[in-house]
Design a binder for this molecule. Structure first.
Ligand code: PLP
Length: 361
């Protein structure tokens, strides 16, 4: 058996007619930049998430940059975030010459441990960036109340969690600004790079739209220092089609996760858990094993792809050495980095594949 990790090719075949038609329409109009499909996607994203504004952009990374630029994050500002996430979360903070301040994670959800945030707040702290890791939102009530108390902004890094919920709100509709990614392997992916920024603030939305197009408020008139951060019309056309099917695809991902949990129950590993009042978009189904190298080697032999998200926490990354963290600073992040392993996850994982994989443990 050879199992596919994200099964993107299969998904394209499923929606091929609709996707080809949508892409061809863009080619026929040659409206490659900011064509009708861009506005259409933004409307559709607003409807899906309940957020007042959805602004598409060039990637999840650029969505984070746009969010911080819109909030006037400046050199020297401190931004609190998790030490266990994809590099982009903290890289963008450092890119703006602000300072990432890491907090360890909760051992159950792998998200930022909200009870450890307050001790990191200083007069320079401007914002908190929780990440909805593997698709599950963080402890948003606690984070939001800390932010309110200390007058901080909250930016949700929802790159892995489009469509997930926290107390019945989608995670695009949490915090001051929420960001997502349409990188192909994310739960809702395009055919290249893409992303979106969400907010309920008219003022922030207007500013983000300007920042996305070189800070311009009128053609060749530039109010802000911005960036070339638009999402291609072609990519928007693809996401428009996939979004039509996304409710069903998300339900299938949740079904696959439930089947994994059932099949792996009682094996020598720690299974992922979703907190009450939250749902996950299941970007990854990640388990903890003690002997990861052996398991991975065996998987490889048996035709099962596995990935590690992530093998090294951010405070130990070479690029962040200048921040002065050392091994032992965030023990839970370090432990999880050593044990975590993601199994193939997509809406189309079959029962046969799940039982074949569970037999390997
Ligand atoms: C993928 C990802 C990003 C970046 O998204 P891109 O579209 O690849 O730039 C940011 N944060 C997290 C947590 C991610 O998983």
């Amino acid at each position: 058996m050879q199992i596919d990790f994200a099964n993107l090719q299969y998904q394209y075949e499923l929606y091929k007619d609709e996707i080809d038609t949508a892409m061809q329409a863009v080619l026929d109009k040659a409206n490659y930049i900011m064509g009708d499909e861009v506005r259409e996607l933004e409307d559709n994203l607003q409807n899906f998430t309940g957020a007042k504004h959805a602004i598409t952009c060039s990637s999840g990374t650029d969505a984070l940059l746009l969010a911080m630029m819109a909030l006037d994050i400046e050199p020297g500002d401190e931004i609190i975030t998790t030490s266990f996430t994809f590099i982009a979360t903290a890289e963008t903070i450092a890119f703006l010459k602000a300072k990432p301040v890491f907090v360890d994670i909760d051992e159950k959800t792998y998200n930022i441990d909200a009870s450890k945030i307050e001790e990191k707040i200083t007069p320079k702290t401007k914002a908190i960036i929780p990440v909805s890791l593997y698709g599950q939102p963080a402890d948003m009530d606690t984070i939001q109340s800390i932010a309110n108390k200390h007058n901080l902004k909250v930016i949700v890094d929802g790159a892995q969690s489009f469509g997930s919920t926290y107390k019945d709100k989608t995670d695009s509709n949490l915090g001051d600004i929420s960001c997502t990614s349409f990188f192909p392997a994310k739960p809702l992916g395009c055919f290249g790079d893409g992303g979106a920024v969400f907010t309920n603030s008219d003022e922030l939305a207007a500013k983000i739209k300007m920042l996305r197009t070189h800070g311009q408020n009128k053609r060749y008139h530039h109010k802000y220092i911005g960036m070339g951060g638009r999402m291609d019309t072609l990519q928007c056309a693809v996401v428009n089609v996939k979004l039509r099917h996304y409710k069903k695809d998300l339900a299938l991902r949740q079904e696959v996760a439930a089947k994994y949990t059932k099949a792996l129950q009682g094996k020598d590993m720690i299974l992922p858990e979703v907190e009450k009042n939250r749902t996950s978009a299941w970007a990854q189904y990640s388990v903890r094993v003690k002997n990861r190298d052996t398991v991975q080697a065996n998987f490889k032999e048996k035709g099962i792809p596995a990935a590690v998200h992530y093998p090294m926490p951010l405070h130990l990354q070479e690029c962040f050495q200048y921040l002065g963290y050392i091994k032992g600073d965030f023990p839970i992040s370090e432990l999880i980095s050593d044990e975590i392993m993601s199994l193939p996850m997509n809406p189309y994982v079959t029962d046969e594949e799940i039982s074949y994989m569970s037999e390997q443990f």
